[in-house]
Design a protein around this ligand. Structure first.
Ligand SMILES: Nc1ncnc2c1ncn2[C@@H]1O[C@H](COP(=O)(O)OP(=O)(O)OP(=O)(O)O)[C@@H](O)[C@H]1O
Ligand code: SF4
Ligand SMILES: [Mg+2]
Length: 305
Protein backbone atom coordinates (compact mmCIF):
# COMPACT_ATOMS: atom_id res chain seq x y z
CA UNK A 1 0.00 0.00 0.00
CA UNK A 2 1.19 3.45 -0.79
CA UNK A 3 2.20 5.77 2.01
CA UNK A 4 0.73 8.75 0.21
CA UNK A 5 -1.97 10.49 2.21
CA UNK A 6 -2.54 13.50 -0.01
CA UNK A 7 -1.77 13.77 -3.71
CA UNK A 8 -2.06 16.89 -5.89
CA UNK A 9 -1.84 16.04 -9.59
CA UNK A 10 -1.47 19.03 -11.92
CA UNK A 11 -3.88 21.11 -9.86
CA UNK A 12 -4.99 24.46 -11.24
CA UNK A 13 -7.05 27.10 -9.44
CA UNK A 14 -7.96 30.20 -11.37
CA UNK A 15 -10.06 32.95 -9.85
CA UNK A 16 -12.12 35.22 -12.01
CA UNK A 17 -11.51 38.67 -10.59
CA UNK A 18 -13.44 41.80 -11.50
CA UNK A 19 -13.25 42.89 -15.13
CA UNK A 20 -12.92 39.26 -16.26
CA UNK A 21 -9.26 39.20 -15.30
CA UNK A 22 -8.16 35.67 -14.46
CA UNK A 23 -5.89 35.28 -11.44
CA UNK A 24 -3.79 32.17 -11.85
CA UNK A 25 -3.38 31.56 -8.11
CA UNK A 26 -2.38 27.90 -8.49
CA UNK A 27 -1.19 26.95 -11.94
CA UNK A 28 -0.35 23.27 -12.35
CA UNK A 29 0.90 22.04 -8.99
CA UNK A 30 1.80 18.39 -8.23
CA UNK A 31 3.07 16.97 -4.94
CA UNK A 32 2.34 14.31 -2.35
CA UNK A 33 2.31 14.24 1.44
CA UNK A 34 3.06 10.88 3.04
CA UNK A 35 1.57 9.56 6.25
CA UNK A 36 3.40 10.94 9.25
CA UNK A 37 5.28 13.47 7.13
CA UNK A 38 5.63 17.23 7.56
CA UNK A 39 5.74 19.05 4.25
CA UNK A 40 6.36 22.79 4.22
CA UNK A 41 4.98 25.06 1.52
CA UNK A 42 6.92 28.32 1.36
CA UNK A 43 6.87 31.41 -0.83
CA UNK A 44 6.24 35.15 -0.74
CA UNK A 45 2.88 36.77 -0.25
CA UNK A 46 0.56 36.04 -3.16
CA UNK A 47 2.38 32.94 -4.38
CA UNK A 48 -0.74 30.80 -3.89
CA UNK A 49 0.04 28.99 -0.62
CA UNK A 50 -3.29 29.63 1.12
CA UNK A 51 -5.14 28.69 -2.04
CA UNK A 52 -3.38 25.30 -1.94
CA UNK A 53 -4.38 24.99 1.73
CA UNK A 54 -8.01 25.83 0.93
CA UNK A 55 -8.00 23.33 -1.95
CA UNK A 56 -6.83 20.59 0.44
CA UNK A 57 -9.70 21.38 2.82
CA UNK A 58 -12.16 21.54 -0.10
CA UNK A 59 -13.06 25.10 0.78
CA UNK A 60 -12.53 25.84 -2.91
CA UNK A 61 -12.74 23.51 -5.91
CA UNK A 62 -9.91 23.11 -8.41
CA UNK A 63 -10.36 24.55 -11.89
CA UNK A 64 -8.65 21.41 -13.18
CA UNK A 65 -6.43 18.59 -11.99
CA UNK A 66 -7.10 16.09 -9.24
CA UNK A 67 -6.67 16.09 -5.49
CA UNK A 68 -6.84 12.75 -3.72
CA UNK A 69 -6.90 12.36 0.01
CA UNK A 70 -6.85 8.86 1.44
CA UNK A 71 -7.20 9.88 5.08
CA UNK A 72 -10.40 10.13 7.03
CA UNK A 73 -10.14 13.78 7.90
CA UNK A 74 -8.15 16.95 7.35
CA UNK A 75 -8.33 20.05 9.54
CA UNK A 76 -6.97 23.57 9.24
CA UNK A 77 -5.27 25.93 11.67
CA UNK A 78 -5.11 29.57 10.62
CA UNK A 79 -2.53 32.29 11.14
CA UNK A 80 -4.55 34.53 13.38
CA UNK A 81 -6.37 32.60 16.08
CA UNK A 82 -7.99 35.82 17.22
CA UNK A 83 -10.09 36.16 14.11
CA UNK A 84 -10.57 32.42 13.61
CA UNK A 85 -11.94 31.77 17.13
CA UNK A 86 -15.48 32.90 17.97
CA UNK A 87 -15.09 35.67 20.60
CA UNK A 88 -18.42 34.79 22.23
CA UNK A 89 -17.48 31.19 22.99
CA UNK A 90 -15.38 29.86 25.85
CA UNK A 91 -12.27 27.85 25.00
CA UNK A 92 -14.12 24.70 26.09
CA UNK A 93 -17.02 25.35 23.70
CA UNK A 94 -14.65 26.19 20.85
CA UNK A 95 -12.76 22.91 21.22
CA UNK A 96 -15.95 20.87 21.77
CA UNK A 97 -17.81 22.35 18.81
CA UNK A 98 -16.59 19.95 16.07
CA UNK A 99 -17.60 17.02 18.31
CA UNK A 100 -20.97 18.55 19.11
CA UNK A 101 -21.63 19.17 15.41
CA UNK A 102 -20.72 15.50 14.81
CA UNK A 103 -23.33 14.58 17.48
CA UNK A 104 -20.71 13.34 19.89
CA UNK A 105 -21.49 15.53 22.87
CA UNK A 106 -20.82 12.73 25.35
CA UNK A 107 -17.39 12.05 23.87
CA UNK A 108 -16.66 15.77 24.09
CA UNK A 109 -17.09 15.77 27.85
CA UNK A 110 -14.12 13.45 28.25
CA UNK A 111 -12.10 14.42 25.23
CA UNK A 112 -12.02 18.19 25.60
CA UNK A 113 -10.09 18.21 28.90
CA UNK A 114 -7.73 15.59 27.45
CA UNK A 115 -7.14 17.83 24.43
CA UNK A 116 -6.33 20.73 26.74
CA UNK A 117 -3.71 18.50 28.40
CA UNK A 118 -2.34 17.46 25.00
CA UNK A 119 -1.76 21.06 23.88
CA UNK A 120 -0.32 22.11 27.24
CA UNK A 121 -3.23 24.25 28.46
CA UNK A 122 -4.22 24.07 32.12
CA UNK A 123 -7.83 23.23 32.98
CA UNK A 124 -8.34 26.77 34.29
CA UNK A 125 -8.38 27.86 30.63
CA UNK A 126 -11.51 25.86 29.82
CA UNK A 127 -13.80 28.72 30.83
CA UNK A 128 -11.78 31.57 29.33
CA UNK A 129 -12.83 33.58 26.29
CA UNK A 130 -10.39 34.20 23.42
CA UNK A 131 -9.67 37.79 24.55
CA UNK A 132 -8.65 36.45 27.98
CA UNK A 133 -5.93 34.30 26.43
CA UNK A 134 -2.46 35.18 25.10
CA UNK A 135 -1.62 34.70 21.41
CA UNK A 136 0.20 31.45 22.12
CA UNK A 137 -2.67 30.14 24.25
CA UNK A 138 -5.16 31.02 21.53
CA UNK A 139 -3.13 29.07 19.01
CA UNK A 140 -3.10 26.11 21.43
CA UNK A 141 -6.90 26.30 21.58
CA UNK A 142 -7.04 26.37 17.76
CA UNK A 143 -4.83 23.27 17.66
CA UNK A 144 -6.94 21.44 20.25
CA UNK A 145 -10.04 22.20 18.18
CA UNK A 146 -8.30 20.95 15.01
CA UNK A 147 -7.41 17.69 16.79
CA UNK A 148 -10.87 17.10 18.27
CA UNK A 149 -12.02 14.76 15.50
CA UNK A 150 -8.67 12.97 15.33
CA UNK A 151 -7.58 14.07 11.83
CA UNK A 152 -4.89 12.36 9.75
CA UNK A 153 -3.75 15.64 8.24
CA UNK A 154 -3.51 19.12 9.72
CA UNK A 155 -3.01 22.02 7.37
CA UNK A 156 -1.26 24.83 9.21
CA UNK A 157 -1.52 28.18 7.42
CA UNK A 158 1.19 30.43 8.88
CA UNK A 159 0.50 29.04 12.38
CA UNK A 160 3.21 31.02 14.19
CA UNK A 161 3.52 34.14 12.02
CA UNK A 162 1.45 36.30 14.39
CA UNK A 163 3.37 35.19 17.51
CA UNK A 164 6.47 36.52 19.28
CA UNK A 165 9.66 34.63 18.44
CA UNK A 166 9.93 32.98 21.89
CA UNK A 167 6.32 31.79 21.68
CA UNK A 168 6.88 30.58 18.10
CA UNK A 169 9.46 28.08 19.33
CA UNK A 170 7.04 26.72 21.96
CA UNK A 171 4.30 26.17 19.41
CA UNK A 172 6.72 24.56 16.92
CA UNK A 173 7.91 22.17 19.66
CA UNK A 174 4.31 21.37 20.52
CA UNK A 175 3.56 20.58 16.86
CA UNK A 176 6.49 18.15 16.74
CA UNK A 177 5.41 16.48 19.99
CA UNK A 178 1.77 16.12 18.87
CA UNK A 179 2.90 14.59 15.62
CA UNK A 180 4.99 11.99 17.40
CA UNK A 181 2.13 10.99 19.67
CA UNK A 182 -0.66 10.97 17.10
CA UNK A 183 0.95 9.92 13.80
CA UNK A 184 -0.22 13.12 12.15
CA UNK A 185 0.81 14.57 8.82
CA UNK A 186 1.26 18.31 8.45
CA UNK A 187 1.13 20.59 5.48
CA UNK A 188 2.84 23.63 6.94
CA UNK A 189 2.39 26.90 5.04
CA UNK A 190 4.89 29.69 5.75
CA UNK A 191 6.52 32.61 3.97
CA UNK A 192 9.61 32.23 6.13
CA UNK A 193 12.03 29.34 5.54
CA UNK A 194 13.57 29.76 9.01
CA UNK A 195 10.29 28.76 10.67
CA UNK A 196 10.05 25.42 8.86
CA UNK A 197 13.69 24.44 9.10
CA UNK A 198 13.39 22.39 12.28
CA UNK A 199 9.94 20.91 11.71
CA UNK A 200 9.69 20.01 8.02
CA UNK A 201 10.86 16.78 6.39
CA UNK A 202 10.53 18.27 2.92
CA UNK A 203 10.00 21.73 1.49
CA UNK A 204 7.99 22.83 -1.53
CA UNK A 205 9.02 26.28 -2.75
CA UNK A 206 6.18 28.13 -4.48
CA UNK A 207 6.42 31.19 -6.71
CA UNK A 208 3.48 32.81 -8.51
CA UNK A 209 1.29 29.74 -8.61
CA UNK A 210 4.03 27.22 -9.45
CA UNK A 211 6.38 25.00 -7.50
CA UNK A 212 9.96 25.94 -8.39
CA UNK A 213 11.94 23.60 -6.14
CA UNK A 214 11.16 20.49 -4.06
CA UNK A 215 13.72 18.89 -1.74
CA UNK A 216 14.31 17.44 1.69
CA UNK A 217 14.81 20.22 4.21
CA UNK A 218 18.49 19.36 4.69
CA UNK A 219 19.14 19.36 0.95
CA UNK A 220 17.28 22.61 0.37
CA UNK A 221 19.28 24.45 3.01
CA UNK A 222 22.62 22.86 1.99
CA UNK A 223 22.31 23.07 -1.75
CA UNK A 224 19.48 25.28 -3.02
CA UNK A 225 19.37 25.16 -6.82
CA UNK A 226 16.75 27.78 -7.76
CA UNK A 227 17.66 31.49 -7.56
CA UNK A 228 14.32 32.21 -5.86
CA UNK A 229 15.08 29.67 -3.11
CA UNK A 230 18.50 31.27 -2.67
CA UNK A 231 16.86 34.66 -2.25
CA UNK A 232 14.44 33.27 0.37
CA UNK A 233 17.32 31.63 2.23
CA UNK A 234 19.39 34.78 2.17
CA UNK A 235 16.57 36.63 3.94
CA UNK A 236 17.04 34.49 7.08
CA UNK A 237 19.01 36.45 9.69
CA UNK A 238 22.02 34.78 11.31
CA UNK A 239 21.77 34.35 15.09
CA UNK A 240 25.45 35.28 15.51
CA UNK A 241 25.73 39.12 15.17
CA UNK A 242 29.30 38.91 13.77
CA UNK A 243 28.21 36.52 11.05
CA UNK A 244 25.07 38.59 10.48
CA UNK A 245 27.15 41.74 9.77
CA UNK A 246 29.20 39.94 7.11
CA UNK A 247 26.25 38.18 5.54
CA UNK A 248 25.61 38.57 1.81
CA UNK A 249 21.97 39.24 1.15
CA UNK A 250 20.15 38.77 -2.12
CA UNK A 251 17.66 41.59 -2.51
CA UNK A 252 15.15 40.92 -5.24
CA UNK A 253 14.84 43.96 -7.49
CA UNK A 254 11.67 44.96 -9.24
CA UNK A 255 8.03 44.35 -8.52
CA UNK A 256 6.57 40.94 -7.84
CA UNK A 257 4.66 40.31 -11.09
CA UNK A 258 0.90 39.82 -10.90
CA UNK A 259 -0.64 36.34 -10.89
CA UNK A 260 -3.16 37.78 -13.37
CA UNK A 261 -0.43 38.54 -15.87
CA UNK A 262 2.71 36.50 -15.19
CA UNK A 263 5.83 36.96 -17.36
CA UNK A 264 6.34 34.64 -20.36
CA UNK A 265 8.66 31.68 -19.96
CA UNK A 266 10.03 31.59 -16.43
CA UNK A 267 7.80 33.59 -14.09
CA UNK A 268 10.79 34.58 -12.00
CA UNK A 269 12.79 36.04 -14.88
CA UNK A 270 11.93 39.71 -14.30
CA UNK A 271 13.63 39.50 -10.89
CA UNK A 272 16.30 36.88 -11.66
CA UNK A 273 19.96 37.90 -11.84
CA UNK A 274 20.76 34.79 -13.89
CA UNK A 275 18.09 35.27 -16.56
CA UNK A 276 19.03 34.71 -20.20
CA UNK A 277 17.11 34.88 -23.48
CA UNK A 278 15.91 31.29 -23.16
CA UNK A 279 14.20 32.15 -19.87
CA UNK A 280 11.70 34.44 -21.62
CA UNK A 281 10.89 31.89 -24.32
CA UNK A 282 10.70 28.57 -22.60
CA UNK A 283 8.99 27.78 -19.32
CA UNK A 284 11.29 25.62 -17.18
CA UNK A 285 9.64 22.38 -16.02
CA UNK A 286 9.93 21.16 -12.44
CA UNK A 287 12.21 18.19 -13.01
CA UNK A 288 15.43 16.52 -11.85
CA UNK A 289 18.38 18.20 -13.50
CA UNK A 290 22.01 17.10 -13.84
CA UNK A 291 24.08 17.89 -10.79
CA UNK A 292 21.14 18.98 -8.64
CA UNK A 293 19.69 15.77 -7.21
CA UNK A 294 16.12 17.04 -6.65
CA UNK A 295 13.42 18.65 -8.79
CA UNK A 296 13.96 22.29 -9.73
CA UNK A 297 12.25 24.51 -12.32
CA UNK A 298 15.17 26.49 -13.73
CA UNK A 299 17.16 26.34 -16.98
CA UNK A 300 20.35 27.31 -15.18
CA UNK A 301 20.17 25.83 -11.68
CA UNK A 302 23.03 25.94 -9.22
CA UNK A 303 24.73 22.57 -9.16
CA UNK A 304 26.55 20.98 -6.26
CA UNK A 305 30.25 21.81 -6.06
N1 LIG B 1 -11.12 34.45 -3.87
C1 LIG B 1 -10.21 35.03 -4.63
N2 LIG B 1 -10.57 35.79 -5.69
C2 LIG B 1 -9.64 36.38 -6.49
N3 LIG B 1 -8.30 36.27 -6.31
C3 LIG B 1 -7.88 35.53 -5.26
C4 LIG B 1 -8.81 34.88 -4.37
N4 LIG B 1 -8.08 34.22 -3.43
C5 LIG B 1 -6.77 34.44 -3.70
N5 LIG B 1 -6.66 35.23 -4.81
C6 LIG B 1 -5.40 35.67 -5.44
O1 LIG B 1 -4.64 34.51 -5.67
C7 LIG B 1 -3.26 34.78 -5.45
C8 LIG B 1 -2.72 33.82 -4.40
O2 LIG B 1 -3.31 34.13 -3.14
P1 LIG B 1 -3.00 33.28 -1.84
O3 LIG B 1 -3.81 33.85 -0.74
O4 LIG B 1 -3.16 31.84 -2.13
O5 LIG B 1 -1.45 33.60 -1.59
P2 LIG B 1 -0.52 33.32 -0.33
O6 LIG B 1 0.72 32.69 -0.86
O7 LIG B 1 -1.28 32.57 0.71
O8 LIG B 1 -0.16 34.79 0.19
P3 LIG B 1 0.06 35.33 1.70
O9 LIG B 1 1.46 34.97 2.07
O10 LIG B 1 -0.14 36.80 1.54
O11 LIG B 1 -0.96 34.70 2.58
C9 LIG B 1 -3.17 36.24 -5.06
O12 LIG B 1 -2.88 36.99 -6.22
C10 LIG B 1 -4.56 36.54 -4.54
O13 LIG B 1 -4.87 37.91 -4.70
S1 SF4 C 1 14.90 29.78 -15.63
FE1 SF4 C 1 16.15 31.61 -15.99
S2 SF4 C 1 14.97 33.32 -15.13
FE2 SF4 C 1 14.10 31.41 -14.32
S3 SF4 C 1 15.12 31.12 -12.40
FE3 SF4 C 1 16.29 29.97 -13.90
S4 SF4 C 1 17.89 31.39 -14.61
FE4 SF4 C 1 16.33 32.61 -13.51
MG1 LIG D 1 -1.74 32.99 2.71
Amino acid sequence: MSDELLVFADVVKHFRARGKRVVRAVDGVSFAVDRGETVALVGESGSGKSTVARLVLRLVRPTSGTISFSGRRAQMVFQDPYSSLDPRMTARTIVAEPLVVARRRRVARVRVPALFDAVGLGREHLTRYPHELSGGQRQRVALARALALDPDLVVLDEPVTALDVSIQAQILNLLVELQRRRSLSYLFVAHDLAVVRHVADRVLVMHLGKLVEVATTAELFDAPAHPYTEALLSAIPEPDPAVERERQRIVLRGELPSAANPPSGCRFRTRCWKAQARCAEEEPALTDRDGVGHPVACHFPDVRA
